[in-house]
Design a protein around this ligand. Structure first.
Ligand code: ARG
Length: 590
């Protein structure tokens, strides 16, 4: 289906042509004076120069053509000084457009005709380290980006890209070797099979890592040991590898549970460890092709460009001790991704402080031929989640806030609010609270432009009023309840036709709904979920105004009543489609 602005522009183009001007001047835009009109066109001003005529004359000529049209798109079209065209949409045209939206697949949105292979790299937790709020943004934004790309008809793979090959593993191994030196994993002469059961549980693991991490900061010898253990692990020491597998198995299971609670699902659970095998050949090729050279003992590739405003340092491939780095792993990951999915587009949803790292990786991958020149690489760097004091979000005691704690605090807060509002069955109340809490957190994040820092304000996010997730859900639930009463009273949803708008609130809601297609397209093109949030907030507000001004179920004119039901049903469906793209769902009641 065509976007509403395109349909309007076409009518205008036609009219410009019929009036003796050129089609190209007939571009419509949303009005920036909603008090005067719904849409506007400034084409007459531009045409004036080319046609040596007063803009007002041109605007009047075009308005005259449109006023006399057989199937009017506009109910009102006015030429106003100095040559603007102000328009209000015909109510019949508007309700027809919505009826079509209601009946079409994906509400008339056209999927791309050339589906791309897209990888979204998000989440990025570090195995065995607790998930903290910093990982929350990547999960929330990445999940939404993935869903939006997929909705447009692309082949999309979400990859968690685990940090599973670093020093944290050496630290855990070292700490374990101190606590339980008798374990068979530490016996280098052992050649048998290692036990299937891990020698620790997830809660022990959660305690081991922070302990080890704290100790290495004070104890130099301990740190050396951990570095050595990391090196040995990476160089294939059997017992360490077996321990690593235990750590992975237990942590990944726990991570899956955590991400499930966030309604976040990855297609690939790959990590840094998976791509180590590509490194030796990759490095050899870079050397052979003359891209990589030695500098102060390290191996580097130049990636600066003449047009650079600020310095882009060479991309480091191997440290002077021969060790691979974060960059090396990301380059090897691109090699693997190319061979597995031949991506056209890769989107990284990572903290914006990593921008330079990705700039180097992207340039190096293109320069050395790891990726073809036409692969699109996007770094979607997000800002910091701050507390109310404007500083990075912390616990009340000033520590790093664990994701689980944060979520259970919000669940609790939401449950309180819901049970304060009205008596609820405990179990249902808890389930509802979980859904609403997730919406609060996700919407609170996504409604801001991703690149910006934002203040994580629990009180604001969990409020049922204002631009919040709970307000959106509340609106959906309100509609659901009207619809179910309609159906309980014997109403049927078959063959509903949306009304030619009666009062202004009905028209406002209808107009708001028409924007769906263009909003989703823009959110996709700009990788901007916040545009979807702005849209659903507008729709929810328009719906609530309409709801206060009109009696729906008690409307006596049956046709009109069914028109209302058709309208609010479409409103509900569009809101639900949008929140699914944002990564949360609405409860039945709240
Ligand atoms: N594990 C990394 C971190 O915590 C994020 C990984 C982002 N993705 C990537 N391909 N480098 O900072």
């Amino acid at each position: 289906m065509k976007k509403i602005l395109d349909v309007i522009s076409e009518a205008l183009e036609e009219a410009f042509e019929q009036a003796g001007y050129e089609r190209k001047y007939g571009k419509a835009a949303l009005s920036n004076r909603p008090d005067l009109c719904e849409f506007q066109c400034n084409g007459a001003l531009a045409a004036a120069k080319a046609f040596h005529k007063a803009p007002m004359q041109i605007a009047e000529d075009v308005a005259a053509v449109l006023t006399g049209a057989d199937t009017p798109v506009f109910e009102e079209i006015q030429a106003v000084k100095p040559g603007f065209l102000n328009m209000k949409l015909s109510k019949a045209f508007l309700s027809d457009y919505l009826d079509r939206m209601a009946s079409e697949f994906k509400f008339g949105l056209s999927e791309t005709t050339t589906p791309l292979s897209i990888i979204v790299d998000y989440g990025g937790p570090n195995v065995a380290k607790p998930l903290h709020v910093g990982h929350l943004r990547s999960a929330i934004i990445g999940e939404s980006i993935k869903r939006i790309c997929r909705y447009m008809g692309n082949h999309v793979i979400g990859d968690i890209h685990l940090g599973d090959w670093g020093l944290q593993m050496g630290l855990i191994i070292t700490e374990l070797s101190h606590r339980q030196p008798e374990l068979v994993y530490f016996d280098e002469s052992f050649t048998g099979d290692y036990p299937k059961e891990a020698p620790f549980t997830i809660s022990e693991l959660e305690e081991i890592y922070p302990t080890a991490s704290a100790r290495q900061k004070e104890d130099e010898a301990y740190r050396e040991e951990a570095l050595k253990a990391t090196f040995d692990l990476q160089n294939g020491r059997r017992g360490y590898h077996a321990l690593w597998e235990h750590i992975m198995q237990i942590s990944v299971e726990d991570l899956k549970k955590n991400y499930r609670n966030l309604n976040v699902y990855f297609d690939w659970w790959k990590g840094e460890s998976d791509v180590q095998k590509y490194i030796p050949d990759m490095v050899a090729e870079m050397k052979k092709d003359g891209f990589a050279y030695e500098s102060d003992g390290a191996l580097v590739v130049d990636v600066s460009e003449e047009s650079d405003q600020k310095e882009v340092p060479p991309c480091m491939i191997l440290k002077s001790d021969g060790a691979a780095l974060y960059t090396t792993t990301d380059l090897a990951t691109l090699k693997e991704r190319r061979s597995l999915a031949d991506p056209d587009h890769i989107i990284y949803v990572v903290d914006k402080r990593q921008e330079m790292h990705f700039l180097q990786v992207f340039r190096c991958a293109k320069k050395t031929g790891i990726l073809k020149e036409d692969v699109k690489l996007d770094f979607l760097g997000f800002g910091t989640m701050n507390g109310k004091d404007g500083k990075p979000f912390k616990t009340r005691e000033g520590g790093v806030m664990r994701l689980e704690t944060l979520l259970s605090d919000i669940n609790e807060e939401m449950y309180k609010k819901i049970s304060d509002n009205h008596a609820v069955d405990e179990e249902e109340g808890r389930e509802t609270a979980k859904l609403v809490a997730l919406a609060a957190v996700k919407y609170g994040d996504l409604s801001n432009q991703a690149t910006k820092d934002y203040v994580f304000d629990i009180d604001k996010f969990t409020s049922f009023e204002g631009n919040t997730g709970p307000y959106i859900l509340y609106t959906i639930v309100r509609i659901k309840s009207v619809l179910s009463r309609f159906s309980e009273e014997g109403g049927s949803f078959a063959g509903l036709e949306i009304n030619e708008a009666g009062d202004p609130t009905e028209k406002e809601l209808e107009l708001a709904l028409t924007k769906f297609i263009s909003v989703i397209e823009t959110a996709y093109e700009e990788l901007a979920p916040h545009k979807i949030c702005a849209y659903i907030y507008e729709v929810a507000n328009a719906f609530n105004r309409f709801y206060h001004e009109n009696k729906i179920l008690t409307e006596e004119d049956e046709k009109k009543k069914r028109g209302y039901i058709g309208l609010i049903k479409l409103t509900k469906e569009l809101l639900e489609e949008c929140i699914a793209l944002l990564g949360f769902d609405a409860p039945e009641r709240m």
